[in-house]
Design a binder for this molecule. Structure first.
Ligand SMILES: Nc1ncnc2c1ncn2[C@@H]1O[C@H](COP(=O)(O)OP(=O)(O)OP(=O)(O)O)[C@@H](O)[C@H]1O
Length: 253
């Protein structure tokens, strides 16, 4: 199964953000989307998810146009972890993660024992089981990020799309999410995530897609694509590269 954007023009009713964009994500692989603020990353993600309609081109899932599938079917296949949002209603953490099961059951049916077991497993896996009965509105931004990831995984999708999944996380939890992303790919899911940290792409992704001003600057295997020169050109700023026996890291210059 492949999630694919073909010759996409992306944007909003009053604005074109990018044109001629081709993106491909297969199962079992991780693609990192990098680029400067306002470059179009979130717009591209939302278009691939079917939340924004492409102005031209099409999004295909397994060769057929995504928009031809029902919203429910899409939700079963592709999970979205948005940038952390603050909920208005004080659902418990467990209830928020249970929402991930909605695509699998009848909309008005009560969660099954299996649903609850899957949710408990996800909370445990991400180390947030102690938060289960806390209101989602009264936990930290980083904890919320992990709850949204748990909700996406409870969906048991084929693809997971994450918008800056490490943005609010402490150093330890950043590592946890990177490991989780690799584990998802190892279990056969396709993962697409945006990041402002090239080191996270190096660590967790197979391929990198560089997007600037709505244009694809480069795409390919992370280790080939992420060079000091390319990152300097992507961000229009100096970048330093540090290499030792254990690997390579980039720091803003
Ligand atoms: N709802 C909207 N309506 C109109 N224009 C928008 C809307 N949301 C974003 N934009 C514009 O679209 C362009 C791309 O924004 P987008 O959020 O996709 O960038 P991004 O690469 O995700 O940025 P960041 O790294 O800052 O999150 C920007 O110029 C932005 O101002």
């Amino acid at each position: 199964m492949i999630l694919e954007g073909h010759q996409l023009t992306i944007g909003y009713p009053d604005r074109v953000v990018g044109t001629g964009l081709d993106v491909k994500l297969g199962k079992g692989e991780v693609l990192a989307l990098l680029g400067p603020n306002g470059g179009g990353k979130t717009t591209l993600l939302k278009t691939l998810l079917g939340l924004l309609v492409p102005k031209a081109g099409e999004v295909r899932l397994d060769g057929s146009v995504l928009s031809a599938r029902s919203i429910r079917e899409r939700a079963r296949l592709i999970a979205y972890v948005p940038q952390t949002h603050v909920a208005t209603f004080a659902f418990t953490v467990e209830a928020v993660v249970l929402m991930g099961r909605t695509a699998h059951g009848d909309l008005f049916s009560r969660p099954t024992t299996k649903d609850r077991a899957i949710v408990a497993g996800m909370l445990d896996r991400l180390g947030i089981a102690p938060l289960a009965q806390r209101p989602y509105t009264m936990i930290s931004g980083g904890e919320r990020q992990l709850v949204l990831l748990a909700r996406a995984l409870a969906q048991e999708p084929q693809f997971v799309v994450l918008d800056e999944p490490t943005a609010n996380l402490d150093f330890g939890n950043q590592g946890k999410v990177m490991r989780e992303i690799r584990a998802l790919a190892a279990s056969g899911l396709g993962v697409l995530f945006t990041t402002h940290d090239p080191n996270h792409a190096l660590r967790a992704a197979d391929r990198a897609y560089l997007l600037r001003g709505g244009e694809r600057l480069a795409e390919g295997p992370v280790r080939e694509i992420l060079t000091r020169e390319r990152l300097e050109s992507l961000y229009g700023a100096p970048v330093q590269m540090i290499t030792d026996a254990t690997g390579t890291a980039f720091i803003p210059g």
